[in-house]
Design a protein around this ligand. Structure first.
Ligand SMILES: [Zn+2]
Length: 458
């Protein structure tokens, strides 16, 4: 049977499965949902077995990983499909039109927590592979699935997991379906993700909190020290002053530039959408450039001293600030952290002691639109959606994607089927059902094109 015929005939069943999946409240950050995560993992493994793969649930020291494979194409390339079965907490509940874990169809959309991020998108991969196996009896490439349950809390255990299981996960191409179109009817391929170095800076002064009447003017103040440090981390042109911060940066390719110019992004609409008159940032770079292609530094919180109601005349003994940097290729988290730590030490006023602690980090990712796997993905998207996909970068991070490239040496393909108004992480999350069904067809086309063999680089 023709695969597209099979995929269209089974649409109602695919939709029922998605609803069943959304009903499992697999919130990875809330302890009361821990049994639901185990249930969701079993559900995914069961689906993959039903699709014709050999699947197993691998207990990790946190949420189980589902691994599945179909290795019936010896000598052919191997595709690794990635997704996550955990979801964000649904609150505030009162803002949902229908309950978050009771999937509801309204118009062309299915509402429910996780419908788009990432349950619906994960299932496009599962049902594409099922379609090819059931309709044709085999796949043109080997296929592996790696499905995790802690993406929404930053995948803390997945980087060691990938390194430990690099043999099992080895692949030529890694497909990540956990993203969005640039706009409705504008499919997109992601060619860059920023990396991250997230720190906590602690300043210590005297050996105890001091009375500002008795000691004021004659003791170091950690809060004032933090303010001076933070102010010193950027110059008048909003450039980060950490030494060699900008030296290893690879600028976007000409193909990316052309694609961005064609996006029709308007800075005035951006400002209006945020209710601001100006978007301060590194001088000489456009807003899109600063969000996608330039490294940045932001302060997230400052704590210390007295913040209760009323007045307390204290000079605090210590104060902390959370400061992170988003990185772009070819910046290396470890090198940036070292230079940042030295800069903080140099900016620390006399009498204070600074300590920089690393809370999290991840490498940036950049892909060439000319990579064969990306060209296959672009073709597959164009075949189904009848629009040439745009190449865009994302300012955020997908921690595992860089690992697929750096550790597995697989070519990542980030092809998402969400829409910008899907309300990810917000009340009334939804998935646009035409994108669910066409997403399945796009993944089918992508797998078929990989089978040509021309799409493998490594
Ligand atoms: Zn996601």
């Amino acid at each position: 049977m023709d695969p597209l015929g099979y995929a269209r005939e089974h649409r109602a069943r695919f939709l029922e499965a998605l609803k069943e999946f959304v009903r499992i409240p697999s919130v990875s950050t809330l302890p009361e949902h821990y049994p639901d995560l185990a249930r969701a993992a079993d559900w995914v493994a069961h689906r993959l077995t039903g699709a014709g793969l050999t699947a197993r649930v691998i207990p990790s020291d946190h949420w189980p990983v589902i691994y599945a494979e179909w290795m019936g194409a010896p000598g052919r390339p191997t595709l690794l499909c990635y997704g996550h079965y955990d979801v964000q907490p649904p609150d505030p509940l009162e803002l949902w039109t229908s309950p978050p874990f009771e999937p509801a169809e309204r118009g062309d959309d299915l509402y429910g927590r996780g419908a788009s991020d990432d349950k619906g998108q994960l299932l496009t991969e599962v049902f594409a592979v099922e379609t090819l196996l059931k309709a044709g009896g085999s796949l043109p490439v080997n296929v592996k699935f790696f499905i995790e349950g802690e993406e929404e809390i930053g995948s803390p255990r997945m980087i060691p997991f990938i390194r430990k299981h690099r043999q099992m996960l080895q692949a030529d191409v890694a497909l990540v379906c956990d993203g969005s179109f640039f706009a409705a009817e504008r499919p997109a391929l992601v060619t860059g993700l920023r990396g991250l170095v997230y720190t906590e800076v602690e300043l210590r002064g005297a050996n105890r909190d001091l009375h500002s009447g008795i000691f004021g003017g004659a003791a170091p103040n950690p809060l004032e020290g933090l303010a001076r440090i933070i102010a010193g981390l950027k110059d008048r042109k909003n450039r980060v002053t950490v030494p060699r911060f900008y030296t290893p940066i690879i600028p976007p390719s000409d193909a990316e530039r052309r694609s961005w110019d064609a996006l029709g992004f308007r800075e005035d609409e951006y400002l209006q959408g945020l209710g601001i008159e100006d978007a301060p940032g590194e001088a000489g770079h456009s807003i899109l450039d600063r969000r996608w292609a330039r490294p940045t530094l932001e302060v997230h919180g400052i704590a210390g001293g007295f913040i209760g109601p009323g007045a307390k005349t204290v000079i605090p003994a210590r104060a902390t600030a959370k400061i992170s940097m988003r990185l772009v290729p070819d910046q290396r988290p470890r090198v940036v952290l070292r230079a940042f730590t030295r800069k903080v030490q140099r900016l620390t006023p006399p009498g204070l002691h600074a300590e920089v602690r690393l809370l999290g980090s991840g490498a940036p990712l950049a892909l060439s639109p000319d990579a064969p796997a990306l060209r296959s993905a672009a073709q597959a998207l164009e075949d189904v959606f009848h629009r040439v996909p745009v190449y865009m970068r994302e300012g955020g991070s997908v921690p595992v994607a860089a690992e697929f490239q750096n550790v597995l040496h697989a070519s990542p393909v980030l092809m998402g089927f969400g829409l910008p108004d899907d309300n990810l992480h917000s009340p009334n999350e939804k998935f646009h059902l035409p994108n669910f069904f066409r997403g399945i067809e796009a993944v089918i086309g992508f797998v078929q094109r990989l089978g040509d063999g021309s799409a493998v680089t490594s």
